[in-house]
Write a protein that binds this ligand. Sequence first.
Ligand code: THU
Length: 139
Amino acid sequence: MDNNSETNISNKELFRMAVEAEKNSYAPFSNFHVGAALLSKDGKVFTGVNVENSSLGGTICAERTACTKAVSEGTREFTKIAISGNGGEAWPCGICRQFLYEFAPDIRVITGPDEDHLMDMSLGDALPHGFRLESCDNE
Ligand code: THU
């Protein structure tokens, strides 16, 4: 599933990949199984799932799993991310919005109750005035 070579993957197809990825979600505490499929500028898809931990604080969300997989493999530019939670709608949490914003402030976020009713929003609208390194430059 990862590293698909097509650059023009549809929202529906990307969402399907997120739902498929959910099968590997490790969520024994919440039972909320999240899948993410992150499309890079050069057409690779990195999937991710939430991985919970008995420390609770060590839990990582699906979106950050996908993003850290991509960055670890040398990919930092992204165009869109599809997210599903228990097969349906799941918007990224605040930490994940900020995490994605670091690499792709213009990324499109796709989710919905099912593949025929997907919403598509820019991260900039989901995270207005997101923090960037340049924000520190106040001289
Ligand atoms: N979760 C995600 O994977 N992504 C989000 O953006 C929101 C929350 C996960 C974390 C936890 O494993 C479960 O959903 C319930 O919060």
